[in-house]
Write a protein that binds this ligand. Structure first.
Ligand code: 13P
Ligand code: ZN
Ligand code: NA
Length: 283
């Protein structure tokens, strides 16, 4: 069965490693990251965004993830990534998700506290993990460094108050990473990670995992990042492998053939990320 991530992430934070959370969009991607986690004997967090819930259906995602969790000899979590709607969160919990993110980072601090608290109370009652975001993780629009640099970053003291007031078991503080690939290296504020980690013992979540140089990931993990989200790099690996097949064999029409290298590419990349995070052998 699928398990909650709360205790897995707490242990990761305490022992100084990180659990990679992979955004998957197809059955093949899901199977590929499960295969990688099994090979590495690592706990695994499968994630879907709200867009993927709409694309596949929460019930299909839960069914596939549940089969994986029953077959694989490792703990597997199913997490809802970046959800802004209370209703969708409740629907996914009811469908069988074992972890949810309430992303109210676009609202005021007070509103973020209120919305997060509401989800924590309900999810907590049924043993489902909750993640919330403070500050604002840059996105695809984040091509130029925003002049008011500080405004995007999570404030360490606010993190402390936020965790105290909401009781949220996992926190994603914006510390300079962004969704998608980077133009150049990300400008991660490591001092800020350290300050936040000193004030809250909650496992911290690193968003925007794609494109962060390995040494910077390791440093962020050593400071308290216990979960790292990886989405874009997996999509690129999956799609590039399929593009290559069709470029070389335009007549190919069998998904059972052209999906094979795509799955292998996702599996290899997932294995690399798991080892980078140091969760191999921790299942
Ligand atoms: P990347 O697309 O940079 O991997 O970010 C993933 C993420 O944070 C999903 O929530
Ligand atoms: Zn994210
Ligand atoms: Na990124």
């Amino acid at each position: 069965p699928l398990v909650s991530s709360t205790s897995l992430l707490k242990k990761a934070r305490q022992e100084g490693y990180c659990i990679a959370a992979f955004n998957v969009h197809t059955l093949e991607m899901l199977q590929a990251v499960v295969d990688a986690a099994e090979e590495a004997q690592s706990p695994l967090i499968l994630q879907s965004t709200v867009g993927t819930v709409k694309h596949l259906g929460a019930d299909y995602i839960v069914a596939a993830a549940t089969v994986a969790s029953n077959r694989a000899g490792i703990p597997i979590v199913l997490h809802l990534d970046h959800c802004t709607e209370f209703e969708t969160i409740i629907q996914c919990i009811r469908a069988g998700y074992t972890s949810v993110m309430i992303d109210a980072s676009m609202h005021s601090f007070e509103e973020n506290v209120a919305r997060t608290k509401r989800v924590v109370e309900i999810a907590g009652a049924v043993g489902v993990n909750v993640e919330a975001e403070l500050g604002k993780v840059g996105g695809v629009e984040d091509e130029i460094v925003v002049a008011d640099h500080e405004a995007l970053m999570a404030d360490p003291e606010e993190c402390r108050v936020f965790v105290e007031r909401t009781g949220v078991p996992t926190l994603a503080p914006a510390i300079g990473t962004a969704h998608g690939m980077y133009k150049g290296d990300p400008k991660i504020d490591f001092d800020r990670i350290g300050q936040i980690a000193n004030l809250v013992d909650t496992p911290l979540v690193l968003h925007g995992g794609s494109g962060i140089p390995n040494a910077q990931v390791k440093r962020a993990v050593s400071l308290g990042m216990a979960k790292m989200n990886v989405a874009t790099e997996l999509r690129i690996a999956f799609s590039d492998a399929i593009k290559k097949i069709f470029a070389e064999h335009p007549e190919e029409n069998d998904p059972r053939k052209y999906m094979v290298p795509a799955k292998q590419a996702v599996r290899a990349l997932a294995l690399e990320k798991i080892r980078l995070c140091g969760s191999n052998g921790k299942a």
